[in-house]
Ligand binder design. Structure first.
Ligand SMILES: Cc1ncc(C[n+]2csc(CCOP(=O)(O)OP(=O)(O)O)c2C)c(N)n1
Ligand SMILES: [Mg+2]
Length: 596
């Protein structure tokens, strides 16, 4: 029997198979912390440096396990700190429960210290379910509903628990009386398959096409075999949205890699030339990278009816599980005998990887960032879990990292917030302590929060069966992604006041707190640096001094972008000389036929 309501809260979470929460203390949740103390280590509380990190970790837990992630913070400031990480989870459709404290009930409404209207604050991010406990009888159904709704809706839910309610004696079973709720544990997701008539319509469109393009996203992560089988039948190429990077390995010849601004040329060609588009589990947003309206017949599969038919006018819209729906489609599809489209895609893709290698091996001052990702690809340990931050690293992660079967990879896809790189890797280690985690992070993101979270790594790494967690830091003293956006989108020169960031010794700092630190400033050292980082007996910060003048080029350059680029030079960009040299070097490979 649980002692008080806080003990019962933890007991109920345990019954839901939740054994780890990420959080930070405060007097709004002291009763819950007391219950943690009594609970031993089940559930365990992982203490972060900032509540936003706890929310990122809960989100990453969901992404890397498929389970519900849980984070916890105190009332007022702690609760407010969670928000950005919770939006990351909400926008990427991850089930996360946030548990926050609140001022004791007798003081509510009294402008009491740290009193914030939390129901209103969380009403947007947790709009599917945000509730405050005002009596112990509610605790059972509040937990049951918060967890179940998070899973069923793949979203964020929130429980607000005033500290005095948490201290009250538990009521595990509410009295059978008018005005009480009698809830239960458990949730099994249904398998949703569209109606046969709709599947037949989809098959008719796909069978009629001569040039089929597939685009897969995070919704297809457990449907790799089906995606491959259908791509084989249809002679299709497959492009991957950023969150779907791990759907298919990059060593398959018909996988054209990522799509969009961070995407590849063969993905661009695939979309521009196709006559049929099959989109599976993706809400990839940029229409200019999809076929023109009317160019292709569209078939879309998504588990969420709200996400159907909003990116491209789709002829057949199938609401269903990607795996089950693709499985049901397979018997209706005819194998395309003419393989010339497929052969063209494979040729384009092969050429692209050659170009990637050429670009990566171009010299820079001192290190060309692409070289780091190119060298990493060759050395990626089996089953590695990769995370990227938002910044130029996301470009190289998307384009240059050759992912293999069995790996996982994620980033903040839809919110595209800075900051998740390191916390995602930490959550990966807690969820899979026997796998290597690798975070790819800019120096701006390290200074924003990554450096502080290295302290969390320092606190916990001894617990991990395999202690290897590598944080690659792109040290370019620049907020580079935005610097290039200022040039290419606005035609503005680099605005030094907003873009320069302070120099900092990332590797030395890692050593100072007991981690391994490696600093590289010469391209010839990169291979050995990765070997050492991946062979280390503890987490490692691999700090690479990279050249901010290497452009994260989109897969094709529009006339408008080229004009803006020229304008930014004419308007006196502080880095214009090296930026022009590097841009030319990077584009040469595309203009001159491959040397291979
Ligand atoms: C919280 C947040 N603030 C600002 C941005 C806008 N932003 C996107 S990338 C970026 C620069 C990141 O710089 P850094 O981490 O140094 O990576 P780099 O691009 O230099 O490799 C900025 C400011 C954002 N996405 N999220
Ligand atoms: Mg930077």
């Amino acid at each position: 029997m649980a002692e008080n309501t806080a003990d019962f809260l933890l007991a109920r979470l345990r019954e839901w198979d939740i054994h780890r929460l990420y959080g930070y203390p405060g007097d709004g949740i002291n009763a819950i912390l007391g219950a943690f103390n009594r609970a031993g280590s089940d559930p365990e509380l992982i203490q972060v440096r900032h509540e936003e990190m706890a929310a990122f970790m809960a989100c990453a837990h969901a992404k890397f396990t498929g389970e519900v992630g849980v984070c916890m913070a105190t009332s007022g400031p702690g609760a407010i700190h969670l928000l950005n990480g919770l939006y990351d989870a909400k926008l990427d459709h991850q089930p996360v429960v946030a548990i926050v404290g609140q001022t004791a009930r007798p003081a509510l409404g009294g402008s009491y210290q740290q009193e914030v209207d939390l129901t209103t604050l969380f009403k947007d991010v947790a709009h599917e379910y945000v509730e405050m406990a005002s009596s112990p009888e509610q605790m059972r159904h509040l937990v049951d509903r918060a967890v179940r709704i998070a899973r069923d809706q793949r979203t964020v839910t929130c429980l607000i628990i005033p500290n005095d309610v948490a201290e009250m004696p538990a009521v595990e079973t509410p009295p059978r009386a008018h005005g009480t709720i009698h809830s239960s544990l458990g949730y099994s997701p249904p398998t949703i398959v569209p109606a046969q008539a709709d599947l037949r319509k989809a098959a008719e469109a796909l069978n009629a096409g001569k040039k089929v393009a597939m685009l897969v996203g995070a919704g297809a992560l457990d449907a790799a075999n089906e995606v491959i089988e259908i791509a084989e039948l249809l002679g299709a190429g497959v492009a991957k949205a950023l969150l779907g990077k791990a759907v298919l390995p990059d060593d398959l010849p018909f996988v054209t890699g990522s799509i969009g601004l961070l995407g590849t040329k063969p993905s661009w060609d695939l979309m521009m030339d196709c006559d049929t588009l099959l989109m599976v589990g993706s809400s990839f947003p940029y229409s200019e990278f999809l076929p023109e309206e009317g160019q292709a017949r569209g078939v879309q599969i998504d588990i969420d009816g709200r996400m159907i038919g909003i990116r491209y006018p789709m002829e057949v819209q199938l609401v269903g599980d990607s795996k089950a729906t693709l499985r049901a489609l397979i018997p209706l599809l005819e194998r395309k005998e003419d393989r010339s489209w497929r052969e063209q895609i494979e040729k384009n893709t092969e050429k692209w990887w050659e170009l990637m290698e050429e670009r990566a091996l171009e010299s820079a001052d001192p290190i060309n960032p692409q070289r780091l990702f190119f060298e990493l690809s060759k050395r990626l340990p089996d089953n590695a879990i990769l995370s990227s931050d938002s910044g130029s690293s996301a470009n190289w992660f998307a384009r240059d990292v050759k992912i293999r079967k069995g790996m996982m990879a994620s980033l903040s896809g839809n919110l595209a917030t800075m900051g998740p790189g390191v916390p995602y890797a930490i959550a990966a280690k807690f969820a899979h302590p026997d796998r290597v985690a690798i975070a790819m992070v800019g120096d701006g993101a390290m200074q924003m929060n990554g450096l502080a979270e290295l302290i969390t790594i320092g606190k916990y790494w001894h617990r991990w069966f395999d202690p290897r967690l590598v944080v690659l830091v792109l040290h370019n003293d620049d907020l580079n992604q935005v610097t290039w956006e200022q040039r290419a989108m606005e035609g503005d020169p680099r605005y030094d006041a907003s873009q320069d960031i302070p120099d900092f010794p990332y590797a030395r700092y890692a050593e100072l707190i007991g981690l391994k630190g490696i600093r590289v400033d010469h391209p010839d050292e990169i291979g050995t640096a990765w070997d050492d980082a991946l062979a280390a007996d503890r987490p490692c910060v691999l700090e690479a001094i990279t050249d901010p003048a290497v452009p994260p080029l989109p897969p094709h350059i529009t006339f408008e972008q080229a004009t803006h680029f020229a304008q930014s030079i004419l308007r006196g960009d502080s880095d214009r000389r090296s930026m022009v040299t590097q841009s030319l070097k990077q584009m040469v490979g595309e203009l001159i036929p491959s040397r291979h």
